[in-house]
Design a protein around this ligand. Structure first.
Ligand SMILES: *Cc1c(COP(=O)(O)O)cnc(C)c1O
Length: 395
């Protein structure tokens, strides 16, 4: 277990790729070299900065074009998008929702907002996301189908949905997961916050779930400052999502009538303007990020004791964050490695603390999480901004 890891040479190889001297390097920086100033100036000049204006519709249209999902509803952030995805999928009080323990806390928080109970599932090494085979085996032992719904035999609660999170931009094995969902009558939701620009087989992520969510936070592949979107191929769900994220107001020339408890989750026009400028550059960002991933691969294949995460064979990933996976026998070196990165002005970070260990979720049900436990100890994300990649044309 305690074999020596040459942490200094790993950091030095990463430094070679980034080639930035002593300058401080962050994990993921936004890039504004397109029409950002122009579109935002247009908002300011026209006065349309808030809840009405042409950029919201335009941004939604471009999301539809880019992802090939039929409907997109832009909202204030990715967490709000997830909340609405769960809500319109019918998740309510005491429903269990299956989700990976290895994810950002928002995935689990959104379940709680609906009164649901997160039920933690293990990940696999190939995608870092849900392991469909292991989930299937688990459900075989704990789940039963009654009146077309799935129930947890141990808690007697309904299991309503599964949230697939595409970790660091690498798509989950969606077809395998969909089979499990069909077998157990579970609704599939994709948390694609990290995966705009990623494809599972020949289709963009977000096309497999009943509904899916995106995030445009400052650290994501494109940003609107803060923002998110709900994607769905179902017209009815799209209509409901638009309605309840915009205060559930009935259309009328002057009357203010609301027919539901709605949410003020609408994306402001000024944020959507930023989004329009950013999405115009998305293909270039993905190109550069894939080129950066290739540079890391080429450089770090020589490093002993670690591997660098590659996209699954079935996928084309956006490589939102590049990931070093420390070999099992060196897993006690993670913090030393993080320390040396930081001493060298290179921001790097471990994976999230597994959600089942956080105070608000420590009593939630979970399956065996041995792979997630192992990944938590061994993952390090390294700087992944698009600016470190080249504008190469891939063959
Ligand atoms: C960023 C992120 C979110 C939430 O996005 P916000 O826009 O910050 O609310 C949700 N899930 C995952 C996995 C994320 O990485």
């Amino acid at each position: 277990m305690n074999e020596k890891l040459d942490t200094l040479s790993i950091v030095s190889l990463v430094k070679d790729v980034l080639d930035k001297g002593e300058e401080k390097i962050s994990l993921h920086e936004p890039n504004f070299q397109g029409n950002e100033w122009k579109y935002i100036k247009d908002c300011l000049d026209s006065g349309w900065v808030s809840s009405v204006g042409k950029y919201v519709n335009e941004f939604e249209k471009r999301l539809v074009e880019y992802t090939g999902v039929k409907y997109a509803i832009s909202v204030v952030n990715g967490t709000a998008a997830l909340h609405i995805c769960l809500k319109i999928s019918g998740v309510s009080i005491n429903d269990e929702v299956l989700l990976p323990a290895l994810t950002f806390v928002a995935t689990a928080n959104a379940v709680k907002y609906c009164g649901g109970i997160p039920h933690f599932v293990d990940s696999e090494y190939v995608s870092l996301g849900i392991n469909p085979k292991k989930l299937n085996r688990y459900l075989k032992t704990i789940a039963t189908i009654k009146d077309g719904c799935c129930y947890n035999k141990l808690t007697n609660r309904r299991i309503k949905a599964v949230i697939a999170m595409h970790t660091f931009g690498h798509p989950v094995d969606l077809e395998k997961l969909m089979k499990v969902c069909q077998r157990y009558k579970l609704i599939l939701i994709e948390d694609a916050a990290e995966a705009l620009g990623s494809y599972y087989k020949d289709k963009h992520v977000g096309n497999w779930g009943n509904v899916s969510s995106l995030s445009f936070n400052g650290n994501k592949i494109i940003t609107t400052g803060g923002g998110g979107a709900i994607l769905t191929n179902d017209r009815k769900l799209a209509t409901i999502a638009k309605h309840i994220t915009t205060t559930a107001k009935l259309p009328h020339r002057w009357a203010l009538i609301h027919d539901k408890v709605g949410y003020n989750y609408r994306m402001p026009n000024i944020n959507a303007a930023l989004g329009c400028a950013q999405i115009e550059q998305l293909d270039r960002f993905v190109q550069k990020k894939r080129s950066l991933a290739k540079k890391y691969h080429n450089k770090l294949t020589r490093a002993k004791g670690i591997t660098i995460m590659k996209e699954p064979k079935y996928a084309r990933s956006n490589y939102w964050l590049n990931t070093i996976l420390i070999d099992k026998k060196h897993s006690n070196y993670r913090d030393e490695l993080l320390n040396i990165f930081h001493q060298n002005n290179i921001y790097s970070r471990p994976a999230w603390t597994l959600i089942n260990k956080l105070i608000p979720f420590k009593d939630c049900p979970s399956m065996d999480l041995s792979t997630s436990e192992s990944l938590e100890k061994r993952i390090i994300n390294i700087p992944s901004s698009a600016c470190f990649g080249d504008d190469i044309i891939e063959k």
